[in-house]
Design a protein around this ligand. Structure first.
Ligand SMILES: [Zn+2]
Length: 295
């Protein structure tokens, strides 16, 4: 049976149809009607599914990836940055609209699943998938199975406290990993050092490469924090591979100097864990959502 994967994001909703070999047969993308509220967003997902099925000329399994998680207590979505979805029975309502069972997972979990099953970490037993973008998230896959955890937060290292007196995070704590390792986190640190506040993370990484002293200082902070934050995860999970995704994963120094910092802080005399760039790029979210269903 073909599988549909939907990536429901804050600004866009994207869907694919995938065949048994992992080939993408059709792809559709629409703006998420966030301003129109909960029911408009559900209708958007339904229409996308029906359009993809029409193009595939087949009825399909549906998997959906989205920020946040389904509460194991209430069954409602929580922690989504599309706030009108929070506290709503998204899974049940979509199942009713589509008249079938659907599977839902956190978007970082979908990324991890995609990269573990047929991406950069294919055939690695324990995989930690990391999103370094406007936010910082993560997902864990063990022997091809997503590990969701007792409260569906497994892999959420972005809200481990790295520096208790650090910047306030939207989650209510201070100095979370996300406040430093997200793109906006790097930009804020660069501005705090006296750098141009208009530069985004990509520009800062580039000017550092060109010899800008302040940008290089911000990058050194970033690499040190990357090492300290990831070593905490490695000491607990000891993954075979860590796959990086999100906009910051394009910074090539993460795989060399960043890796050295991780090794420095890990409780072992050598670092055997592979740290890899993702294979599927922006498609990993929709691919992983489809792969919530077995072939
Ligand atoms: Zn936080």
């Amino acid at each position: 049976m073909f599988r549909i994967g939907i990536d429901l994001g804050g600004t866009k909703t994207e869907g694919i149809v995938m065949d048994a070999t992992g080939k993408i047969l059709a792809r559709e993308r629409r703006p998420t009607p966030q301003a129109d509220g909960y029911h408009a967003i559900l209708a958007c997902v339904r229409d996308l599914v029906l359009e993809l099925e029409r193009r595939a000329s087949a009825s399909c399994h549906v998997g959906l990836g989205t920020p946040g998680a389904i509460s194991t207590k209430t069954g409602f979505l929580k922690n989504s940055n599309t706030v009108c979805l929070n506290g709503r029975p998204v899974k049940q309502d979509l199942e009713q609209l589509l008249a079938r069972e659907i599977r839902i997972a956190n978007d970082a979990n979908c990324f991890a699943l995609s990269e573990a099953l047929d991406g950069a970490a294919q055939s690695e037993p324990v995989v930690f998938g990391v999103i370094l973008g406007t936010g910082v998230g993560g997902g864990i896959v063990v022997n091809g199975q997503l590990l969701e955890g007792a409260q569906h937060i497994a892999g959420e290292w972005g809200h481990n406290v790295l520096e208790p007196d650090g910047p306030l995070c939207y989650c209510g704590k201070r100095g979370c990993v996300e406040t430093f390792l997200s793109g906006p986190g790097l930009a804020r640190d660069f501005a705090a050092l006296g750098g141009d506040a208009a530069l985004d993370a990509r520009a800062i990484a580039l000017t550092a490469k060109q010899g800008n002293v302040l940008a290089e200082a911000a990058m050194q902070h970033y690499l040190d924090r990357f090492g300290r934050a990831l070593s905490v995860v490695i000491n607990i999970l000891d993954p075979d591979a860590i796959v990086l995704g999100g906009g910051m994963s394009n910074i090539t120094r993460l795989y060399t100097q960043g890796r050295e910092q991780v090794a420095r802080h890990t409780f072992n005399d050598e670092l055997r864990t592979r740290i890899l760039p993702n294979r599927h790029g922006d498609s990993s979210g929709v691919r992983g959502a489809a792969q919530l269903w077995p072939v």
